[in-house]
Design a protein around this ligand. Structure first.
Ligand code: F6P
Length: 369
C-alpha cells in the first residue's frame, strides 16, 4: 500500500523538444486538480545539485497560473541540460582533471526533506535511464518520453518528432525550387543520432531522391548513379537527406567532438562530406544545408502538443493509481504504461523491413544500399 501523494516534482532533461511546456502544463494542472502541489526542478537535476547557480531558487513551485497559456510554446520553462546525470555527475578535481561521482543520494534526500512524494521525469534515453535508477533506489517515478529523434522503444512515437519532421519537410519543399533552378544537388543534414527516423519520414514526405540513415551503411556510388539517372531523364537536380549519424560503407561516422565525461559524442559534418563527394563523382554543383537545432526549436505541432498534454495527464494518473517505475507510452487509441526497465538503454532503430522504407523504395528513393 503506497502512501498518498500530496506533492510531486517535475524535471525536463536532455536536449529540448517542442512539447515540453505542454507536458509541464498538463502535469501541474492534473496534479492541482487532485489537490497536489507541483515543484519544478530547473535544468534537469541541476536545480537540486547546484543550487548556488540559481539565485532565485533551483526548485520552484509551479502553480496553475504559471502554466497557463504555455502549451504552444517551444523550449521548457524549467530549462534542461545534458550535463547533469546525478549518477555520473561531472566533478573537476583540484588538479584540473575531470571525473564523475554518484550524487543520486542527494536527490533522494532532497525529496524526503522537502516532502516531495514522487517525480515526473520528462526526457529521452539518458533521462529515462536515470529515472529508472532513481526508481530502483526507492523514489516514486513516472517517465515521459521526449525526443525529436523518436528513438525510444515501446512508444508509438515521442513528442517533438512530428514537429521536427514537419519543419524538415517544409525545408525540403522549399529546396526543390532552388535546387531545380540551379540544377544542383542539395544535401540536407538532419539530427537523429543513431536512428534515421527524422531523415526517413521527412525525406519521403518532402520528396527527397536519396535518404541516408544510420541503420543502413551507404555507398555513395549508388547515390551518384541515382543522380546521373535523374540527369539522363532530364531531371537535373536532386535532393539528398542525410542523418547526422549516417555511416559510409567504408568510412567513419562524422563526429564533431568525441564523448567526454558527462557528455555524449557530438555528431555532425556528414552533410558537407556527402556534398563534396557527390560533386566530385557527378561533376555537379552541390550545396549543404544543416538543419541541426532548428529542428528542436519553435512551437510544437498540434500532434505533438496533444501527445505532450496526454502524456502529462497520464503521468499524474499513473502516480494516482500507485504506479512507479513506468513510462507513459503512446498507443492507439490510448496511452499505456510500460516498465522503465524495458525502455532504459534501448534504442528504437528504423527496422530495415518497415513499410515506410518500402514506400520510399516504391517511390524510387535511393537509400545508398
Ligand atoms: O537527442 C536529440 C538531439 O537532437 C540529437 O539528434 C543530436 O545529436 C543532439 O540532440 C544534439 O544535442 P546538443 O547539441 O544539445 O548536445
Amino acid at each position: 500500500m503506497t502512501s498518498p501523494i500530496r506533492r510531486i516534482a517535475i524535471c525536463t532533461g536532455g536536449g529540448d523538444a517542442p512539447g515540453l511546456n505542454a507536458v509541464i502544463r498538463a502535469t501541474v494542472t492534473a496534479a492541482a486538480n487532485r489537490g497536489w502541489s507541483c515543484m519544478g526542478i530547473r535544468n534537469g537535476f541541476n536545480g537540486i545539485l547546484q543550487p548556488e547557480r540559481y539565485p532565485t531558487g533551483g526548485v520552484m513551485e509551479l502553480t496553475r497560473d504559471q502554466v497557463r497559456g504555455i502549451a504552444h510554446l517551444g523550449g521548457t520553462l524549467l530549462g534542461t541540460t545534458n550535463k547533469g546525470d546525478p549518477f555520473h555527475f561531472p566533478l573537476t578535481l583540484p588538479d584540473g582533471t575531470l571525473t564523475e561521482i554518484d550524487r543520486s543520494d542527494e536527490i533522494l534526500d532532497y525529496f524526503q526533506r522537502e516532502g516531495i512524494d514522487a517525480l515526473v521525469s520528462v526526457g529521452g534515453d539518458g533521462s529515462l535511464t536515470i529515472a529508472n535508477e532513481l526508481h530502483r533506489k526507492g523514489l516514486r517515478v513516472v517517465g515521459v518520453p521526449k525526443t525529436i529523434d523518436n528513438d525510444l522503444d515501446k512508444t508509438f512515437t515521442t513528442f517533438g518528432f512530428d514537429t521536427a519532421v514537419s519543419f524538415a519537410t517544409e525545408c525540403l519543399d522549399r529546396l526543390h525550387s532552388t535546387a531545380e533552378s540551379h540544377q544542383r544537388v542539395m544535401v540536407v543534414e538532419v539530427m537523429g543520432r543513431y536512428a534515421g527516423w527524422i531523415a526517413l519520414h521527412a525525406g519521403i514526405a518532402g520528396g527527397a531522391h536519396a535518404i541516408l540513415i544510420p541503420e543502413m551503411a551507404f555507398d555513395l556510388d549508388k547515390v551518384a548513379a541515382k543522380i546521373r539517372e535523374r540527369d539522363a531523364d532530364g531531371r537535373l537536380y536532386s535532393l539528398v537527406v542525410v542523418a547526422e549519424g549516417a555511416l559510409p560503407q567504408h568510412g567513419q561516422r562524422a563526429v564533431l567532438a568525441p564523448a567526454e565525461i558527462g557528455h555524449a559524442e557530438r555528431l555532425g559534418g556528414i552533410g558537407e562530406q556527402v556534398a563534396r563527394d557527390l560533386a566530385q563523382r557527378t561533376g555537379k554543383e552541390a550545396r549543404t544545408v544543416v538543419l541541426g537545432h532548428l529542428l528542436r526549436g519553435g512551437s510544437p505541432t498540434s500532434f505533438d502538443r496533444l501527445a505532450a498534454l496526454r502524456f502529462g495527464s497520464a503521468a499524474v494518473r499513473a502516480l494516482d493509481e500507485g504506479l512507479s517505475g513506468v513510462m507513459v507510452a503512446l498507443g492507439f487509441p490510448n496511452v499505456n504504461y510500460v516498465p522503465l526497465e524495458e525502455v532504459a538503454g534501448r534504442m528504437k532503430a528504423v527496422p530495415p523491413d518497415c513499410d515506410t522504407l518500402q514506400t520510399g523504395r516504391d517511390l524510387g528513393v535511393c537509400f545508398g544500399d
